[in-house]
Design a protein around this ligand. Structure first.
Ligand SMILES: Nc1ncnc2c1ncn2[C@@H]1O[C@H](COP(=O)(O)OP(=O)(O)OP(=O)(O)O)[C@@H](O)[C@H]1O
Ligand SMILES: [Mg+2]
Length: 153
């Protein structure tokens, strides 16, 4: 079933733009992991996505707060687990409650809690490429994720 897609992102505006386009093809109840090295473009993508859903304020990186929430046409929860020392922190913070069958959950650095997280619907892999550009590979892992990605162009 699964159909990966990939995009070359020449600059930060292109990362924002693919996030914006992605916002137009998603529905509620999705779990998305954003992977890639420090500075690979994960938060930039989320900024485009949240703005694409109509939010006009500043989209802060949750690298210190761990978590930011946006009440839009559905609730979007944006996590950054980079500072986790153990996956227990996911459980102890009660974050599992956000995976509730309604919200869209976007998780940067899911590796820090992967053994306690459910399987993602879509993994986004950001990679640095030559000339300070990026490549984004989107991998669907569920029927729902696959359906969404088939609408992305
Ligand atoms: N396609 C791109 N080409 C060049 N620079 C980009 C691109 N996309 C994003 N950037 C820039 O890369 C920098 C880091 O981006 P961002 O904060 O989104 O990374 P991140 O993956 O969230 O990092 P972290 O793991 O630290 O949270 C920013 O200055 C952003 O503008
Ligand atoms: Mg980030």
């Amino acid at each position: 079933m699964s159909k990966e897609k990939s995009f070359k992102l020449k600059n930060a505006d292109e990362t924002l733009d693919i996030g914006f386009r992605f916002s137009k093809i998603i529905d509620e109840n999705l779990l998305i992991f954003l992977k890639g090295n420090l500075g690979a473009g994960k938060t930039t993508f989320v900024r485009g996505l949240i703005h694409g859903l109509g939010f006009q304020g500043r989209v802060k990186s949750p690298s210190y707060s761990l978590f930011e929430q946006y009440l839009l046409k559905f609730t979007v929860n944006h996590f950054d687990l980079y500072r986790f020392k153990s996956s227990d922190e996911w459980i102890d913070a009660g974050f599992n409650e956000f995976i509730n069958g309604h919200d869209v959950n976007l998780i940067e650095w899911p590796e820090m809690a992967e053994n306690v997280l459910p399987k993602a619907d879509i993994i986004l892999n950001f990679e640095h490429t030559e000339n300070d550009s990026r490549e984004l590979i989107l991998i669907p892992l569920s029927d729902k994720g696959n359906e969404c990605l088939s609408r992305l162009s």
